[in-house]
Design a protein around this ligand. Structure first.
Ligand code: FES
Length: 105
């Protein structure tokens, strides 16, 4: 399995304490800017068909817009009911102000 780095945005595209929905290959990915550090998780909530990019960032947590379940952004761990299944996280690298996300192929 090799890591395939995909350029998905520039750092300035990701609002501080906000989200940005991007595509990393076939997968919808949600980017976050937590105090200047960029994180990436799968965009789809593990509880239902909701886009986490439409959710609410609270510290290091993203709250799903549909049933208000929460996930820990840096680890993808399900943190609040009704979410019980973790979401995938992606390695992120920044080069010359561009955000790259690694998608395993
Ligand atoms: S779909 Fe996200 S908490 Fe239900």
């Amino acid at each position: 399995m090799t890591q395939n780095w995909i350029k998905v945005a520039t750092v300035g595209d990701v609002p501080e304490d906000g989200t940005l929905l991007v595509d990393a290959g076939p997968e919808p990915v949600c980017l976050y800017n937590l105090a200047g550090k960029i994180y990436a998780t799968h965009d789809t909530c593990s509880h239902g068909a909701a886009s986490l990019a439409d959710g609410f960032v609270d510290g290091e947590y993203i709250e799903c817009p549909l049933h208000q379940g929460t996930f820990h952004i840096p680890t993808g761990k399900a943190a609040g009911v009704p979410c019980r299944v973790d979401i995938k996280i992606y390695p992120v690298k920044i080069e010359d102000g561009a955000v790259f996300v690694a998608s395993a192929e």
